[in-house]
Design a protein around this ligand. Structure first.
Ligand code: FAD
Length: 375
């Protein structure tokens, strides 16, 4: 589209998570008139770390915000998988960007710092808190949003970046709900001083035992470690009740230092949730509304690609607007570029466990009947 056409475009983004904030950055850099509507009255994130891949960091470089992220993260070269007792299984370098002359690394970052860095590069007033979307009405060449606070806005382009339970997706694209993976995630950030010397460098390590994975993700710049446990568990309550003893039981037989770290956790600081994804959504867009991030393709975290994909979606959407002749064409191009990639990531992210592991936790059930616990 001509830049003058993009500059006339009003864009309403629902959700100020990683996807919504990144889309706001990308589209406002093109000159579009962007407003982000977020239901929360205060932005908060789970206390845990994630890895931002080289391609994601490269996207930030293109948006002129590489340093904003690099300043609050730790570069990492590789990912190592070990047995529960610490015998190496494999080491993999983070996938590089072909032809990258900058030697861009994966950056390990605290989720709170990440959202703060993303929001800090948006113009003041672009994000409007306390706006929970109630309804979205697609009018063909525009869409109207109504919020529970009574406000109503019309925009040429609406981006539904409202996460796994997306109202935009459920009202316009698919009524299918989230799918339980058959596992729980327990996440906490602890001091590196309390890590029993298990973090000798800045590489991500995953220890695998029967039905449990423990991730040690260094946040060296904070002298902290993101200590994350994913364990098979049949309780699909969104925020399940889990005691310290329950949590410690998931790492039984692991390296004694991991057991000690689990035992020492202050349960008030542990984020506990059942893990869900969604099945692929056939269509992500109309002529005036598009899904982005988890609302389009929430995936399990076994590949560590959900947030990374949301950022790449934002880049793909901005590129499509520049390349196409109209918004409808751009949205079709955006889906054509991004959906094959995320369909595949959704698929492989479900391959987290072996059939034996699933049978241990769900005796008598076919693994395929535990959605997400694919074999
Ligand atoms: C245990 C676990 C570990 C993970 N680890 C990784 C990892 O290592 N690497 C990685 O890349 N990804 C990881 N992910 C995935 C990652 O967290 C998500 O993919 C990412 O948060 C998606 O961002 P988003 O902006 O699309 O959605 P969200 O972060 O869910 O943001 C959606 C926003 O929309 C707002 N919203 C929702 N409904 C409304 C409404 N009706 N009106 C207004 N606002 C609304 C919400 O309040 C929220 O702010 C992990 C996920 C889990 C569960």
């Amino acid at each position: 589209m001509k830049s003058s056409d993009i500059q006339n475009l009003t864009v309403a983004i629902v959700g100020a998570g990683y996807g919504g904030a990144a889309a706001a950055k990308a589209l406002s850099l093109l000159g579009a008139q962007v407003t982000v509507y977020e239901q929360a009255s205060q932005i908060r994130e789970v206390g845990a770390g994630i890895g931002l891949r080289p391609s994601t960091m490269d996207q930030f470089r293109r948006w002129g915000m590489f340093d904003a992220i690099a300043n609050v993260s730790t570069p990492s070269n590789q990912f190592e998988i070990l047995t529960a007792t610490g015998h190496p299984i494999m080491t993999e370098a983070w996938p590089a960007i072909p032809g990258d002359t900058e030697n861009t690394k994966t950056h390990l970052i605290h989720r709170g710092d990440f959202i703060e860095a993303l929001l800090s590069v948006l113009p003041d007033g672009m994000v409007r808190l306390g706006h929970k979307l109630d309804t979205v009405e697609d009018r063909g060449d525009s869409a109207v949003l109504t919020f529970t606070n009574g406000e109503r806005v019309e925009a040429d382009l609406v981006i539904g970046a409202d996460g796994i339970k997306s109202a935009v997706r459920q009202q316009l694209f698919s009524q299918a709900g989230p799918v339980f993976s058959g596992e729980h995630a327990y996440r906490a950030v602890i001091s590196l001083d309390d890590a029993y010397g298990m973090v000798p460098d800045d590489e991500l390590r995953m220890y695998i035992g029967r039905g449990t994975k423990v991730y040690l993700l260094p946040l060296r710049h904070r002298n902290q470690l993101s200590f994350d446990i994913t364990a098979l568990n049949p309780d699909g309550t969104w925020a399940p009740t889990v005691t310290s003893d329950d949590l410690v039981a998931t790492v039984e037989g692991f390296d004694e230092r991991i057991v000690n770290m689990a035992r020492n956790l202050n349960m008030d600081t542990v984020s506990i949730r059942a893990v869900y994804d969604i099945d692929p959504v056939d269509t992500w867009h109309t002529n005036a509304v598009a899904l982005l991030g988890d609302s389009a393709h929430s995936m399990l975290h076994h590949q560590g690609q959900g947030a990374n994909s949301a950022i790449m979606d934002a880049g793909g959407l901005a590129d499509a607007l520049v390349e196409a002749d109209s918004v409808p064409e751009a949205l079709a191009l955006y889906q054509a570029t991004r959906k094959p990639v995320t369909d595949e990531l959704q698929r492989i992210s479900r391959q987290g466990w072996t059939e034996d592991e699933v049978n241990d936790v769900f005796p008598g059930q076919k693994p395929g009947s535990i959605a997400g616990a694919a074999v």
